[in-house]
Structures are given as C-alpha cells and as structure tokens.
Design a protein around this ligand. Structure first.
Ligand SMILES: [Zn+2]
Length: 363
C-alpha cells in the first residue's frame, strides 16, 4: 500500500489511500463484515489530450469566485498541467450549480454508514480517543522523522504536548485539530450563520463519496469550506489545519476517467484570521487567489489523469503538497524541468494505488 500519511501529507487523498489501512477499524466501528475494495482503473489519455467537465458548486453563505476569476483559475490549471504533465486540457464551460443540488446527486449510500467515519464535533459526541489513536499510528509509521515532525509542528500547536512522547504529541495534535475546527462553528459567514452550520457540506467523507453515483462532472470546484475530522486518514498537516481539505481525488462510478476531484476555493479567497495564519500571514488579491487555486487544481488533475502520488518535500513538484495553506510559497517553488514525470517513484503514473468500496457503488 502506498502510504500517503507521512509528515508532509496534505490533502486526505482519496478514500482508497486513507481507508484501506483502516478496514479493521471500520469493522470495529460498524460491526459489519469486511468490505470489498477494488482498484480504480487507470484512465486512457488519447494523444495527451483530455476534456474535463467542470461544475462550480456555490454555497450562497460564502463569497464565491466571479466568472473572470474562474477563467483565470482554469487557464492556470491548463498551463500548469501542460508544463508539468505534458497534457493538453479542455475544460467544459463551468456549470454553476447550487451546493444543495450538487449534493442531491450523491449516491444512495446510506448517510448513517458514511457518518460512522465522521467525528461528530458539532454534537460534541465524537470519540476523542479514536482520533488520538489514529494520529498516534500516523506518527509511529514515520518513526524516523519524528524529530523533524515535532520541530515543524510545534509552533503551530494550540497548546504544548504534556509529554515529549509520540502519545503526548498525538494528544496535542488532536486538541489543535478540534480547537481549530470548532472555531468555524462560531465565526459567522456572510449570512451571519456560522461558517460551519448543521448541514453536511463541510464533511470530507460526503465529498469523497460524491461521485460513487451518477455525477456528470470530472471536476467540482466549490466555494464551500471543507473542514472536518474523521477516524481515518487524519495526518499531522490535516490536524494542524483544523481538518481543512483543499482538494481530493476520489473514485467516479460514471466518469470517463474513473475518478473525479473537488477543489475548495474557500482557503484561497477568504481572509478569515485562521486561514491567513495557515498561509503564513499572506493575503491574496482576487487574481492571485484564482491563479493559486488553478495551480492547485493541476495537483488534483495529476491524481485524476495519471494517478500520481505525493513526492513529499520535492518542492519543484506540483504533486508535492503545499505546507499548511501556504500556496504562494508552494507555487513559487514549482519547476517543471526539475520534476519531470518519472523523476521519482511518486511521479510515475500509477504511483497512487487508488481503490473504491464496491458496496457503496452497488447501492
Ligand atoms: Zn494530492
């Protein structure tokens, strides 16, 4: 199994990479028989060209990108994809869709089954010990890098670890995750309701399973904040960001490439204090926000079309996840010539071993 959970892991990449190692945990939680996971077929890219169908799913509670910004975003994604992967993209005209209409396209996966993976921070009824265990496991799989991980993460923790052990650190990370996540239950959106309300639009698992049904898009861009906590797939960066996800590539039942990706523009185009802090203090104007989001969409497209992995700490690579939300530094370091396809194991097409839960597709 490819481990996407190391120190620099950014987006919680796909149900596949995050869930497969957690099947035992899933069985414990659900009490059901072990599920069956199939590999996602690699897409066929004819003549290094691809057409991607785009939706822009808008939650009216938040600011959203203008048509002009969307055009910049998609142009930047095309350029970065051409430079780094040698693929010529064509995007459909983005279809503007209300977020409730997009979620109406979700498959008939029982919501209570999906919710079993979700830490219920809204109802304050989640199992904190399970979160700690998951993060501890993540730390222990990166045993040789622990000093480096601690040095990086310590300034970003909301409270210091009570002990200088992996256990103490896992607890501090969990506290940080939940503190930063709960803030969004208080911070008001444009309509004066909290940024994270009682809908499920913020929940990563719902986005991750969105295309297990009849989703007519390959790319779903949204202005929604996707921030949540799950009993699997959290990592150091996810925790420090308060569970914010920028983008994820997941299985698509009907899509021509067998995958779809979502990208949240929220972290690019909002200057809420927690966001600016995670950007290292940076504020982006409208043009820069669109350009950075477009470059980050190219990262997801590398997962979608080529099943590339994460070449951690190879800052020239668009597939190297950004650190926290510092997209400006991330993009400044990109250099296609220094990160060709095949230049490292993670940059070999097929490096990401994507898979999907057959039971969820058949329902
Ligand atoms: Zn990624």
């Amino acid at each position: 199994m490819v481990i996407f959970r190391s120190f620099a892991s950014f987006a919680r990449l796909t149900i596949l990479t995050t869930v497969t190692a957690s099947l035992c945990l899933a069985a414990v939680i659900s009490g059901r028989a072990e599920e069956i996971w199939y590999p996602v077929p690699r897409p066929k890219i004819d003549g290094d060209k691809a057409l991607l169908r785009v939706a822009y799913a808008v939650n009216p509670s938040f600011s959203h990108m203008s048509d002009a910004q969307l055009a910049i975003l998609l142009a930047e994604a095309r350029q970065v994809t051409r430079d780094h992967f040698g693929i010529e993209l064509t995007f459909s005209q983005p279809e503007i869709i209300g977020i409730s209409d997009l979620f109406a396209l979700r498959p008939n996966v029982a919501d209570d089954e999906v919710l079993e993976w979700v830490y219920d921070f809204k109802g304050d009824s989640g199992n904190r010990d399970l979160l700690v265990e998951d993060l501890l496991e993540r730390l222990q799989t990166n045993d040789s890098q622990l000093d480096e991980i601690y040095a990086f993460a310590a300034p970003h923790l909301t409270s210091a670890p009570l002990s200088a052990t992996a256990e103490g650190f896992a607890v501090a990370l969990t506290e940080t995750l939940l503190n930063r996540l709960n803030v969004w239950r208080i911070i008001p959106a444009n309509d004066r309701r909290a940024v994270i309300d009682d809908t499920v639009y913020n929940e990563w698992t719902f986005w991750d399973t969105l295309a297990h049904g009849a989703l007519p898009y390959d790319i779903a861009i949204t202005n929604q904040l996707v921030a949540s906590a799950e009993y699997y797939g959290m990592d150091v960066h996810s925790a420090l960001r308060g569970g914010i996800t920028v983008g994820t590539t997941s299985y698509s039942r009907d899509g021509p490439f067998h995958t779809y990706a979502f990208l949240s523009t929220f972290p690019f185009s909002n200057d809420y204090v927690p966001i600016v802090q995670l950007r290292g203090g940076a504020r982006y104007d409208e043009e820069e926000a669109a350009r950075l989001a477009g470059a980050y969409l190219a990262h997801e497209i590398g997962h979608v079309l080529l099943h590339l992995g994460h070449p951690f700490n190879q800052s020239a690579c668009v597939m190297n996840p950004a650190q926290l939300l510092d997209f400006r530094a991330w993009q400044n370091n990109l250099d296609a010539e220094r990160c060709a396809l095949g230049s490292s194991a993670e940059m070999v097409p097929g490096a990401a071993k994507l898979s999907y839960n057959a039971a969820w597709v058949l329902q």
